[in-house]
Write a protein that binds this ligand. Sequence first.
Ligand code: ADP
Ligand code: MG
Length: 729
Amino acid sequence: MSSKLRFKVVGEAFSKKPVEVPAPEQRPSEFFGKYVFNKQKMFKYLPKKVYDKMCDVMDNGAPLDRAIADQVAAGMKQWAMDMGATHITHWFQPLTDTTAEKHDGFVEHDFKGGMIEEFSGKSLVQQEPDASSFPSGGIRSTFEARGYSAWDPTSPVFVIGDTLMIPTVFISYTGEALDYKAPLLKALRAVNNAATEVCHYFYPEVKKVVTNLGWEQEYFLVDEGLYGARPDLLLTGRTLMGHSSAKDQQMDDHYFGSIPERVSAFMRDLEIQALELGIPCKTRHNEVAPNQFELAPIFEECNLAIDHNMLIMMLMKKIARKHGFRCLLHEKPFAGVNGSGKHNNWSLSTDTGVLLHGPGKTPEENLRFVTFIVETLMGVYKHNGLLKASIMSATNAHRLGANEAPPAIVSSFLGKQLTSLLNHLEETDEDELITLSGKQGMKLDIPSIPELLIDNTDRNRTSPFAFTGNRFEFRAVGAGANCASAMIALNTAVAEALVSFKVRVDALIAEGKSTTTAVLKVLREDIKACKAIRFDGNGYSDEWVEEAANRGLDVEKSCPLIFDRYLDESSIKMFESQNVMTKTELEARNEIKWETYTKTVQIEARIFGDMAINHIIPIATRYQSALIDNVHKVKDIFGDEANELSAENMKLIKKISMHTKNITSKVDEMIEARKVANRIENAREKAIAYHDTVNPYLDQIRYEIDQLEMVIDDEIWPLPKYREIMFIR
Ligand code: ADP
Ligand code: MG
């Protein structure tokens, strides 16, 4: 890009006006879910018997009877056509962190020479997209390309534009999951089964336990023109070079600041469209870094919340373009300022109430509260390495461990009250326990419980898994990730912990102990066992890394090695015993993780090398020539005096030479390292090679380029700078 063009693009970006977003004619409560085939629409479009059956499927997980699928499809088609739809697609979540769709028209031959609008139960329930072009980790080779998508009736269908979108799972011909949704639904079933059984100690009437998820989506907006002028942003979603702006987030003036007009028009547009699609958007605000924002809906059932998050990421990207922006969901688009995460607020509730809510009115409620807290901690403790693997990626690796995000160690913050409550329980001796038991006399005797909610509002922003009053907040999830990955691991881990809890409690009851005594005894064991996961201190500090290692927590930092945790014996046992994933599926997924890691670094290294050699070196050399020319001319005029007069320029000429020399040789070395890595066949070994031998060059070369950016004539610098990209006026 020429300097003239750069200034033109920057100028245009700064003078853009907000896009007009007409105020909706109705109130949000009136247009919420307008394009969703929810119960209300089902009631209108389906025969009563079919409607009742669908409610049973959606509310109680009853199996879907194929016989009614045709009737559901007929009603659905009618509604969709009334909404202007002409096509349908199965909408699924392959292992790429995006969604996939293949559209089919409603039309079929009428065998009289014409066409009819047709949509059968069969095409609602099941389709066969060619699976060979999606990552499968070797589960299917290309010659066995068959994959099936199957309707997930627990997440309602919706219309976008002219297309009826049907949320589906995606599985291979041989039954293995090729997506996120299939194992997610199994993990949710596992936690439902295990938690319901444990609930029965306290509330025999509970029928099911639902997992809730409230995600908070962080993102950056950049002007589209500036984005287009940065090949690195375009191809990798992040800036691979760029000196920090003199001012960025150090004044803390962006967080919760007033939202720029162009951005608030975008947000309005996004929220209206999201509400129409049934996504309960609630919160929006500026985030910490310049041009960084957040959107959070009200929490929902986990599977639905994840579909909605996938949908919102799609909408964000689409609507941003309408407003002349590009939406960046990369976890670290700009070095030196905060990156973007996606806090996952997680909780369990029954058909009668919330499970992680304390304090209760009765001692049983308190015991229930403590049980679910402790067993969640047990799951997180036992599988802390796996949970980290579940959120790890080449892109999120840039954010974790940086000084604004949780470190690459999973620990849990509980707050003072809950901590002292668990300490107290741990220290209670056997005799006291017995006097505590018995329905009438049972008091937890912990005065701090009632203050819990009031006082527990203290926050520890450094904790990756923090208790925040009625939920845990898993903060390490990446902004661009599918939350399902984290939710599969977390829910399965909690399910496993609850199952083990119940086995041990039941054994004590069989020995003649009362339920309360048995529960307390096992809880005490577990409080002790998982103590290492509790950490209320500063998670950003170096001391914590050391202490965590001493406590036996997983402190591995290398992304490809962190993925190994999926194949630990304890992980395989956990996933298999809870019927969530088989060893084959886990192995296949890891192949994909390693391959994706390699490809991400490979693409970055390639574009970076190109930019260094084609964009930066020529400009640096050009500026250096101008300086050399100047030195000669000064000499012509001033003769012997010139040495002193040109001393600074001579230094600069040398400095530029040094940087360009380093860049060229490091780019060569990086290419060489890639060649060596590319010859490795094994996906894991290759990813490790990319991590250990290619990745480090990115930072090293960046350093040289960022130094050049500070000395080279601004007028000829070929890329929009941080200060130009990061501030939308
Ligand atoms: P924060 O203070 O963490 O930024 P926000 O209000 O932005 O809080 O977002 C909190 C998220 O947590 C929202 O999506 C909210 O609906 C969700 N949330 C609140 N209570 C629960 C709960 N019991 N279970 C799951 N999510 C919850
Ligand atoms: Mg939060």
